[in-house]
Design a protein around this ligand. Sequence first.
Ligand code: DX5
Ligand code: ZN
Length: 227
Amino acid sequence: MAQINPSILSADFARLAQEAEAVRGSDWLHVDVMDNHFVPNLTLGVPIVESLARATDTPLDCHLMIEDPDRWAPQYVEAGAGSVTFHVEAAAAPVRLAREIRAMGARASMALKPATPIEPYEDLLPELDMLLIMTVEPGFGGQAFLDIMLPKIRRARQLIAKHGLELWLQVDGGVSASTIERCAEAGADVFVAGSAVYGAEDPAEAVAKLRTLAEGASADAWWACRH
Ligand code: DX5
Ligand code: ZN
């Protein structure tokens, strides 16, 4: 089952509740938290996540592009996030942090920037509920999809299969109707889309279309036929 997570980075920040409503039926809302240190951009923090969690029934998938996630990630769980993603490049103690997020009742997820390889983290995968492979350099919406990340998605899916894990594999950055099938074929099952959803005339229809394309592409993929 493909999950589509619209990224509110491409939404109108003055109308977040309505923008969440516009993609009703999405699996999660993807919330990009940036601190202008880990990435060269600044977005939103805990108080906005708290308000948004109260304003929508759709669970929040918080993507923390910030320094010191060890200190901040638990506050996003408290604020109401159902899933919290930290970057491994920024985490001092990823295993401890993933355990803490899970113990607080949220899904724990770890993200890799394009230049960060998956192989050194093979042993950490059982500690996670989701792995995020960035398909652009984090920091901005609307960037072009990096095709060179497809082999990493494939290798990550192979590791997940090798260990028999239930881990979700998320891709984020440049995911659109013209790139989502490649990601699904390679092994992704959770798709973040910002400009492809909120840049469309009908965001809900864009979500439905992306889901159909992803499910079509993964139906015959080696990794989805294993059951
Ligand atoms: C980028 C963010 C993404 C962003 C994706 O650093 O993590 O979630 O919103 O935007 P699109 O889908 O437009 O590439
Ligand atoms: Zn993101």
